[in-house]
Ligand binder design. Structure first.
Ligand SMILES: *Cc1c(COP(=O)(O)O)cnc(C)c1O
Length: 458
């Protein structure tokens, strides 16, 4: 199984070349349970099968029943649209069995990943001594960062290692932060928002009340740079003013919106992000890296190291047990809760190096432009209402007279027709249409067809 097999290689590479050449790839469809069970019935047996046959099972049954996230008209959730360079280099990472846990094993890969992290730190205005690692995504980044926030806060206050503490979040914070707080046993101090945006004033009022409500001390605040549902950016400067005045950890979840750092006009809206003690950005969203890729940065990496470094005899070798000076060594495993990891920042590094950051600036800007174009189109269309001016790339639309089931039927219709993949969302308690742009290749013509499909009689 471990010997090079020319036939196997050609088959898989051939398939890959076919997939890469599709422009656009088919949108895909939802699979039926019975159809998939039948296709997979004898897939794995005790005896070998010809690779061509197994590949056919995949291309006939699996591939068509996976919606292509990289289709330009995939506008549901938050799409993914890897550059070809990044997608191809992801294969290199996989086929080379790169193991990105430590400097000892993968210094070259880690150095390249760190070059990307330094670029992010520079764009965000964080000190060049900032650092961290790539993790699987925003959820893993939020969890890893908030463990550091919790433990650092306890230490600053001279509390016991298990003392209760609270972390302030807005009522709009991402669901993964809610999950994180449950997992790490921290009670949230939920700050209400007016207009869905956490402000410095609302935070100050909540923190003042919390200081005398008999609850556990607040040690950190989470702010969001681009909510997933609507692309709303918190008042990062106002929030940072409060965290700095009160010596609280500031975690900024920029999983979706962080890519805006590439575009000077959008960067303005993220003012205050430079004060983050920890920052999460998901390159697998609006930075066109393949799944899964999240970037996690700490202002003071040593604080993360103190929390996440794992102590095990067999790991002594990566932590400098040989007595030599390893101060400059960087072990990604010391900055999140993981150990084994693929150097998932490398595909992005390759693509950034191949294309240059100007190309990223333009591609990110394109998503925001097409969202603006869509917003104007919606405003000009009778029967449609733009629910909010898009700040990033999400457009929320009300169709007069539609009930929730109408939005879901519309979503199904568009997928079946191959035009687009869109899923409804809820805005202020009401089911609405939501378009999340990201792929720079979407055309205005496609957008016009989608908007038209909301008002056309069917
Ligand atoms: C997508 C997202 C997350 C979760 O990231 P995953 O990569 O899906 O784990 C967290 N926060 C925000 C704001 C997001 O948009």
């Amino acid at each position: 199984m471990h010997a090079y097999d020319e036939d196997l290689t050609q088959q898989v590479m051939g398939h890959l070349l076919d997939r890469l050449r599709l422009d656009p790839p088919p949108l895909g469809r939802l699979g039926e349970h019975e159809e998939l069970a039948l296709a997979l019935k004898d897939a794995i047996g005790t005896r070998p099968r010809r690779p061509a046959d197994v590949l056919r099972t995949y291309t006939d049954a699996m591939e068509p029943t996976v919606v292509s996230c990289d289709h330009p008209a995939f506008l549901a959730f938050i799409p993914g649209a890897p550059t070809k360079a990044a997608a191809l280099f992801d294969m290199v990472v996989s086929a080379s069995s790169l193991h990105g846990v430590s400097w000892l094993e993968a210094s070259g890969a880690v150095a390249a990943e760190n070059q990307v992290l330094r670029l992010f730190a520079h764009l965000a205005g964080m000190p060049q001594s900032a650092g961290g690692c790539f993790v699987s995504g925003g959820s893993a980044g939020n969890l890893s960062a908030l463990v550091v926030a919790r433990d650092t806060g306890r230490r600053r206050l001279g509390l016991a290692a298990t003392a209760p503490v609270r972390i302030a979040v807005s009522d709009q914070v991402h669901s993964s932060v809610g999950n994180t707080l449950r997992i790490i046993g921290v009670e949230p101090l939920v700050v209400p928002t007016a207009d869905h945006r956490l402000t410095g004033a609302a935070l100050a009022a909540a923190l003042d009340t919390a200081s005398s409500d008999g609850g556990a001390p607040v040690v950190a605040v989470v702010a969001t740079a681009g909510t997933t549902n609507a692309g709303i950016i918190d008042d990062l400067s106002g929030v940072a003013e409060q965290t700095r005045a009160r010596d609280l950890w500031l975690h900024i979840d920029a999983a979706y919106g962080g890519a805006a750092l590439f575009v000077p006009e959008l960067r303005e809206r993220l003012r205050g992000i430079e004060h983050a003690d920890s920052l999460v950005v998901d390159p697998h969203k609006w930075m066109f890296a393949p799944f899964d890729c999240g970037a996690l940065l700490y202002r003071e990496p040593r604080l993360a190291r103190a929390v996440h470094t794992q102590d095990a005899s067999y790991l002594d070798a990566i932590h400098g047990a040989d007595g030599a000076d390893h101060d400059a060594d960087w072990n990604p495993s010391d900055y999140a809760y993981h150990l084994t990891r693929r150097p998932r920042g490398l595909p992005l590094w390759f693509s950034l190096a191949v294309h240059g950051t100007d190309a990223y600036r333009d591609a990110v800007a394109r998503g925001a432009e097409i969202a603006q174009h869509t917003a104007r189109l919606v405003e000009a269309t009778e029967g449609l209402e733009l629910l909010r001016e898009p700040e990033l790339t999400v457009v929320l639309i009300r169709r007069a007279g539609w009930r929730p089931e109408d939005y879901y039927a519309w979503s199904k219709r568009l997928l079946a027709s191959g035009l687009a993949f869109v899923t409804p969302s809820v805005w202020e308690g009401e089911t609405v249409a939501r378009l999340a742009f990201l792929h720079p290749g979407i055309t205005e013509e496609t957008v016009e067809s989608i908007v038209d499909s909301l008002v056309r009689e069917v």
